[in-house]
Design a protein around this ligand. Sequence first.
Ligand code: PHE
Length: 341
Amino acid sequence: MKEQLANIRQQAVAAFESAEDPAALEELRVKYLGKKGELTAVLKQMGKLPAEERPVMGQLANDVRAALEQAIETASEKLQEAALAHRLNAEALDVTIPGKTPAVGHRHPMYIALDEIKDIFVGMGFTVLDGPEVELAELNFDRLNAEEGHPSRDWSDTFYFDEDSRVMLRSQTSPMQVRAMDTMDLPIRIIAPGRVYRKDEVDATHSPMFHQVEGMVIDKGVTMGDLKGTLNLLMEQLFGEGTVTRFRPHHFPFTEPSCEMDVQCHKCGGAGCPTCKGEGWIEVLGAGMVHPNVLRMAGIDPEVYSGWAFGMGLERLAMRRFKIADLRLIFENDIRFLEQF
Ligand code: PHE
């Protein structure tokens, strides 16, 4: 019996030590120490022993039980430590791995160009105005000296909302000249960017919706020289010092005299190339001295006040500013294109 106890102790301790997880350890505990366990089986034989041997064997059995319990305790602690170490290892967080940067958008290239234009004019004391895209034909045409029968009023050129052609999508930002004169105190210095609409087919340089920036100054003693000086400064700030410009005579109903402004082609320096269609110059805006009739209709005395105005196509300007070849790229909103700016 002594030998049996020694064997159990040896086997059990060895088994506990090599248990691989808590469940296996628990199974081993039952196997050796449980009610039907090996140690219990040996103890049940105690009754067969001679009376004088019982206390000695009892003592020995108790020592073995204590030793086994101790061994289980130690093995269990070891397993828990190992499990913890394993978890810490598996769940380790590497704070040095670069994170996923969220995709952040940015302004559209045309609005980058517009912000530059606004900055330049605000720096010269201009106010930036915003106005309606659904406009009265009265402001888009009549108050701008384009009376009934003027070709730009034709249904083939303009989007109207009603049969009597009174409400329309503005075909130019020039009605903002009228709105400024009707609401602001003199002198006036404004720019007014926004969308305009014309019945044009889409191609590389046309779209039924595009953007203009209107500009107007009204004060005493304003001349064509002020117009040229201001617009030359604008082009130099946008396209670099020494940018060459020219002014050609033109006609608009609401300015007199009227002109168009060209900027020398940045690609060929004026020699003529595909970008400028062989002309050496790129048209950027229409301008002129505000027509006396327009001033009079706004209640401003043309004998006392004079003014100049301009209107430029924003897409074309942005195209030149960022060397974009096709107008459609500006509207298509292809991220691969937009990301370049
Ligand atoms: N509104 C004109 C256009 O759309 C441009 C312009 C504005 C011309 C102001 C003169 C003065 O073509």
